[in-house]
Write a protein that binds this ligand. Sequence first.
Ligand code: GLN
Length: 187
Amino acid sequence: MLVGILALQGDYFLHMQALDKLNVKHILVRDSKSLYKTDGLIIPGGESTVISKMIYRNNMNNDLIKYAKSNSIYGTCAGAIVMSSKINDYIVKPLKIINVQVMRNFWGRQIHSFSENIKLSFTKKYFNATFIRAPKFKILSNDLTILSNMENEPILIRNKKHLISSFHPEIGNDLSIHEYFVKMIDK
Ligand code: GLN
């Protein structure tokens, strides 16, 4: 299995380290040619307006949509925003890979970053999740499953193939969510 990490902007390096620790082979993806070599893709957090612009500049938008029909994608924070179906501003163009509406920066500005022990539906232990200018998600269809909530808001969501989180699981040492995603690719 080969996992791609979209490396146009953002904290892709920490996802590389997480996959290294899990002994999962990975490559950095910056164009469609390398995208199609991979079995699954992580779109990291960062700045969604920049990631979105770069996707279009590198002509990857249609290929990402096509790729998502048969491959799993995990979007963390800005990555999730790019994968969503609707966004509360017009700067980011949603790829409509997962049916949620996004409100950017809902959990506060950069200086209000925080971490919280959250519960995940697929494991008993708590997960320490870091939120940095995190988005709020509104579920738009019933093909989605909520895997974690915080203050009654869904923060980790999946559909059949894809996963999104409003927080950054690559910060910290707990690899539970990366592990969960790698299993999704395998299915
Ligand atoms: N709020 C940022 C955005 O809209 C995302 C922040 C992040 O990825 N940590 O791009």
